[in-house]
Design a protein around this ligand. Structure first.
Ligand code: BGC
Length: 265
């Protein structure tokens, strides 16, 4: 069986940059028509659409704030009316607003939880509603697939990033609970937990001296690329992973292997 997504339709939230951009491109290369969601940055989303179209794929850009219920509903409605259905939903939108806990504002706590956790819930909830109403389109073994973008920080505590770590820890049990709930309907829910992937979210930590120091935390001694995550997303969206339900795939070069213990303790 090939890792192909032909005749399928995917929504990728937060696809105007970083990991989401890479995932959108890869799903299109695997044959899916892709709704490239962005929140505020329309230009890079339109650029990705053009790139996909130039490669012979299908895509369109659509603005929506995943923390806004009405926006999420519209995202699904417009994608379904344009492409005739939806089969793959990648709840990827995420952000960091870092500060030591004692000085973190309530606004920064709430915004990160709203986008990273509530946003993924609203996206997954709409996906489930849509898959149930749509039924079996005959394009895949399941009637729909949901991928949550987590992080190694669903298990690794992260000082100075309590809002972010709490959001990703929340995603871990949200994803597994949803997976347990909707698996009998033949809907698969899984997650990817990226490690240090070179994107705009962590530019300061991945370049120069900071980047070299970061390698101490990565047994495989390479900072990841968006394509590393995109490859995992294509696999988890395809029928090759049809029996994978409620799993978190860590794509982290071994970051969750407690590298500090390799020669200490
Ligand atoms: C964060 C990055 C960080 C990586 C590893 C990700 O979830 O968004 O900023 O580099 O985890 O710590």
């Amino acid at each position: 069986m090939e890792c192909r997504l032909d005749r399928q339709v995917a929504i990728v939230t937060g696809a105007s940059s970083g990991i989401g951009q890479g995932v959108g491109k890869a799903l299109a290369e695997a044959g899916a028509a892709v709704a490239v969601n962005y929140n505020s940055r329309r230009d890079p989303a339109e650029a990705l659409v053009r790139e996909i179209e130039q490669g012979g794929g299908r895509a369109f850009a659509i603005g929506a704030d995943v923390s806004d219920e009405a926006d999420v509903t519209r995202l699904f409605r417009e994608t379904a009316s344009r492409y005739g259905g939806i089969d793959i939903v990648v709840a990827n939108s995420g952000m960091q607003k870092d500060a030591p806990s004692a000085s973190m504002s309530l606004a920064d706590w709430k915004r990160v939880i709203d986008v990273n956790l509530t946003g993924q819930f609203l996206t997954a909830r709409e996906a489930i509603r849509h898959f149930e109403a749509q039924g079996d389109r005959g394009v895949s073994r399941s009637i729909g697939k949901i991928l949550c973008m987590s992080s190694v920080h669903e298990v690794i505590p992260w000082a100075g990033h309590v809002n972010y770590a709490a959001s990703k820890g929340g995603i871990a049990l949200m994803m597994r609970t949803l997976a347990q709930e909707v698996a009998p309907k033949r809907i698969r829910v899984n997650a990817i937990a990226p490690g240090a992937i070179r994107t705009a979210i962590n530019r300061a930590a991945t370049e120069g001296d900071a980047g070299r120091k970061l390698l101490d935390l990565i047994p495989y001694k390479r900072i990841g690329a968006a394509e590393d995550i995109a490859n995992a997303a294509v696999f988890l969206a395809s029928d090759l992973s049809d029996y994978i339900v409620g799993a978190t795939l860590f794509v982290d070069g071994g970051m969750t292997l407690y590298p500090g213990f390799a020669d200490n303790g």
